[in-house]
Ligand binder design. Structure first.
Ligand SMILES: NC(=O)c1ccc[n+]([C@@H]2O[C@H](COP(=O)([O-])OP(=O)(O)OC[C@H]3O[C@@H](n4cnc5c(N)ncnc54)[C@H](OP(=O)(O)O)[C@@H]3O)[C@@H](O)[C@H]2O)c1
Length: 331
């Protein structure tokens, strides 16, 4: 049995679900994979806490669910300190779109000391994919981030592990539930503002949904998948991004008459990266991704065209992806 001394940064929906899954799956993890995760560091927006003997995972979850703070825990420390004697860091703090933020610094620092990192936060890989990969390689540790794109859908794993020697010059996908919901609501004749309200009412949109509706969340995911598939170093400036603000109920109604839909589609064709509202046949794969569904179709030279779709409402599959990444690193 290998004990993995683990830091859990961010104790929001994703990491709380991750801690619950690790608790629930403890037997499988030990019996099948020979791994036991001991949580020796945690953080939230108020700071960090360190406990070499380990925190109780269920207590951490209930503490946060009941409004508790990391500051209440034994071992609290307002500032981050590089951790000795730690094997793994789960990073699920809010994304900083402009720079990658503190999460990028923490990831760099951890990898440079040989600590493996599993990310749900897209910031570090959007801003420094090749650099972080190099640091991980040089320090013989793992860097995985399958949770950053399409939640539980193992797009990156399929492409890396199961499409050996393939050329994947074309792929396209629907990566953002908020836009799906808003476009559906526009299709029912709602105004854009009412469509946003409807998406907020079903929990599909944030109070400020602009990162989604302007297309940036989709662009981040496109960039991460393209860089991973092509081992490339595309930057955000390489992505042409158009959000859904210009899509009208009338335009959608017109397309419905022709058995089409309008979707926010991310496409990579021969290295050209685009996010834009796109007309797709209603009975096509992309036309069938609605509401909480995300999907990607990958055109490859030797594995045909594959279609992958996931229904994810709660972030449980996203959290499970982080566990999957960790197990892949250590087993
Ligand atoms: N939710 C999903 O379905 C999903 C799917 C894929 C990827 N992601 C990504 O996963 C990450 C986490 O998402 P989430 O839904 O779990 O977010 P969340 O519920 O808002 O939780 C974020 C957590 O990070 C903490 N935090 C905020 N600033 C921090 C800082 N500077 N240092 C340390 N901790 C900090 C928050 O602290 P407090 O508890 O004090 O507020 C909270 O515990 C985001 O980057 C998101 O884009 C989410």
């Amino acid at each position: 049995m290998r004990e993995i001394r683990t830091g859990v940064f961010g104790l929001g929906s994703v990491n709380k679900n991750l801690l619950s899954i690790i608790t629930e799956k403890e037997d499988i993890l030990s019996q099948k994979h020979g791994l036991k995760f001991k949580i020796v560091a945690v953080s939230d927006s108020g700071g960090y806490a360190f406990n070499s003997d380990g925190y109780d995972k269920e207590l951490l979850v209930s503490h946060k669910e009941n409004g508790g703070r990391v500051a209440d825990l034994e071992g609290f420390c307002a500032k981050y300190q590089p951790l000795d004697d730690i094997d793994l860091l789960f990073e699920a703090t809010p994304v900083d779109i402009k720079t990658g933020g503190e999460a990028l610094e923490t990831t760099r620092e951890a990898l440079s000391r040989g600590v493996s990192v599993v990310l749900a936060n897209k910031g570090p890989v959007v801003h420094a994919f090749q650099e972080l990969k190099k640091i991980a390689r040089e320090n013989k540790c793992g860097l995985e981030f399958s949770a950053t794109v399409c939640g539980g859908l193992p797009v990156l794993n399929i492409a890396n592990r199961d499409m050996i020697a393939a050329k994947t010059d074309k792929f396209s996908g629907i990566f953002n539930g908020t836009c799906n919901f808003i476009l559906d609501a526009l299709g029912k004749g709602k105004s854009f503002d009412d469509a946003i309200k409807e998406a907020q009412a079903v929990g599909a949109a944030e109070a400020d949904p602009s990162l989604d509706t302007d297309g940036w969340d989709t662009a981040f995911k496109l960039l991460i998948i393209a860089n991973t598939l092509h081992d490339a170093d595309y930057k955000l400036d390489d992505v042409s991004v158009t959000g859904i603000a210009g899509v009208t109920a009338a335009a959608i109604a017109e397309e419905v008459k022709k058995s089409n839909k309008i979707k926010l589609v991310a496409t990579c064709v021969d290295g050209t990266l685009t996010v834009a509202p796109t007309v797709v046949p209603a009975d096509s794969f992309l036309g069938s991704c609605n509401g909480w569904e995300m999907g990607v179709e990958i055109h490859s030279d030797i594995y045909g065209i594959s279609y992958h779709k996931l229904y994810e409402k709660e972030p449980i599959p996203t959290a499970a992806s982080m566990l999957r990444d960790a197990v892949n690193i250590f087993s």
